[in-house]
Design a protein around this ligand. Structure first.
Ligand SMILES: C[S@@+](CC[C@H](N)C(=O)[O-])C[C@H]1O[C@@H](n2cnc3c(N)ncnc32)[C@H](O)[C@@H]1O
Length: 220
């Protein structure tokens, strides 16, 4: 087990999960039948953490930005299926429709098709999707967001805007996960004069964050 699982044990403790629950979540993540195909897309450390947080938090509603080949989306959907609860809404302009996204993700990483039952995919940028008044009124407002996962455009403006949106729409006790949170510090070419988004966002709202692998986790 990587040291990131230490965070998951602590997170589990804060959310009423016993140590034995976290051990079983770890084995579920490692034993996933489609794990091998997913691994071809890169290391799965971040996705394992998102899977574990989703299992422990038992979210009713998850919002994700940035799907690409659907590795993280599939881990979230697998966790929701095991929870027997919850819906994932994701957006990415990369695919043209929900039908295409499901078909291609199934082909690419063998995500079982029944996992898509809990998924709504929106083929657009977050800046468009998050302004959709029908989605806001019918889907987001009635239940609020329990888990928000950012992995789209890590540029300062988009990332800050998504985090502010997430904070406004997340329920108390909700969690925001931000992959590549230190991208602006590491990516020389893109280094932003304004500094790091997560640090500034948290400082501005008197929040703290933890880091696991490439991600920052903000517990509200
Ligand atoms: C790093 S990849 C996502 C990887 C994915 N989370 C995974 O685990 O495999 C980034 C994706 O974000 C999408 N993207 C870029 N800007 C976006 C935006 N503003 N809203 C939604 N998706 C965006 C890109 O099309 C790309 O597919």
């Amino acid at each position: 087990m990587s040291s990131d699982w230490d965070f998951i044990y602590e997170f589990g403790g804060r959310h009423g999960a016993k140590e034995s629950d976290v051990v079983s979540i770890y084995h579920d993540a490692m034993d996933y039948p489609f794990r091998k195909q997913m691994h071809q897309q890169g290391p799965l450390d971040y996705q394992d953490m998102v899977f574990a947080i989703t299992r422990i938090l038992m979210p009713n509603f998850v919002v994700e930005t940035g799907v690409r080949h659907g590795v993280c989306s599939s881990f979230i959907l697998a966790a929701l299926a095991q929870n027997g609860l919850g819906q994932l809404d994701s957006c990415d302009p990369m695919w043209s429709s929900q039908e295409e996204a499901c078909r291609r993700i199934h082909e690419l990483i063998c995500t079982p098709v029944d996992l898509f039952d809990r998924w709504s995919f929106y083929p657009m940028m977050s800046s468009t999707h998050f302004h959709d008044p029908d989605w806001l009124a019918d889907v987001v407002m009635p239940r609020g967001v329990d888990l928000f996962v950012h992995d789209s455009d890590h540029g300062f403006g988009n990332m800050m805007w998504e985090l502010e949106w997430a904070l406004e729409h997340c329920n108390k006790g909700g969690v925001i996960i931000c992959d590549d949170w230190d991208w602006q510090e590491n990516e020389e070419l893109e280094k932003h004069a304004d500094g790091n988004v997560v640090r500034q966002f948290c400082a501005g709202h008197r929040l703290t964050f933890s880091t696991i692998g490439t991600a920052a986790v903000i517990e509200l």
